[in-house]
Design a protein around this ligand. Structure first.
Ligand SMILES: N[C@@H](CCC(=O)N[C@@H](CS)C(=O)NCC(=O)O)C(=O)O
Length: 206
């Protein structure tokens, strides 16, 4: 399987889940400024949306969308228990969190805070929305260690990936210490750390 990714982008969630599930992955880096691969290939010829992540299966099937990809990978490795079985209420809860992260966090951060030309009024609106969402998560995580309850799921991989953009984009995390502790706890998971090292986001321990 190949994962088209860009370091620190939302594709990190898929990368983390593959490692947590112990599934081998070939990483293909996409330069999101030029939408080209390292060999010069125009990424739009591979994925017309120009987005990462994209997963390419060994038979050539191409799949997109973080929330779908993390569930696909987690279902391939049920023993890793990264997602509850399909058809259960617990699965719907995790899907609810995946959708929340996608629509309320990911697409609030991006594109608005990543683009310098975003109007100040839009930025303020976005920061207000994120503050409300972070306050909700901070309170929830004071009651339970992970979004869907007692165990780490694909929804945590996605939330971690997006909320860790905060310091890069000057989104204040200090008012949400429990949320900060949640990010730190996830960053220490051995497979998450491996993914961060592989993407050049943290140094390998000496
Ligand atoms: N709905 C897509 C969004 C993916 C997305 O926004 N990817 C960003 C990186 S985090 C990207 O590739 N942006 C490149 C661009 O906008 O051209 C998903 O959930 O996979």
């Amino acid at each position: 399987m190949k994962l088209y990714y860009s370091p620190a982008a939302c594709s990190l969630a898929v990368h983390i889940v593959a490692r947590e599930a112990d599934l081998p992955l070939e990483l293909i880096e996409v330069d999101l400024r030029t939408h080209r691969l390292a060999d010069g290939t125009d990424y739009y010829t591979i994925n017309p949306r120009g987005y990462v992540p994209m997963l390419e299966l060994d038979d050539g099937t191409r799949l997109t969308e973080v929330a779908a990809l993390v569930q696909y990978l987690a279902d391939l490795a049920p023993e890793a228990a990264l997602v509850p079985p399909a058809g259960t209420i617990d699965r719907v809860r995790v899907q609810g969190w995946l959708t929340f992260v996608s629509s309320e966090l990911h697409k609030t951060f991006s594109p608005w805070l990543w683009h310098k030309e975003t109007a100040e009024s839009t930025k303020q609106d976005v920061l207000g929305r994120l503050a409300r969402h972070f306050a909700e998560l901070d309170a929830l995580l004071a009651q339970q260690p992970y979004l869907a309850g007692e165990t780490f799921t694909v929804a945590d991989a996605y939330a971690f990936t997006i909320i860790r953009w905060s310091p890069l984009l000057r989104v204040e995390l200090k008012p949400y210490p429990t949320l900060g502790a949640y990010l730190a706890r996830i960053a220490q998971r051995p497979r998450v750390r491996e993914a961060l090292v592989a993407e050049g986001l943290v140094k390998k321990a000496a």
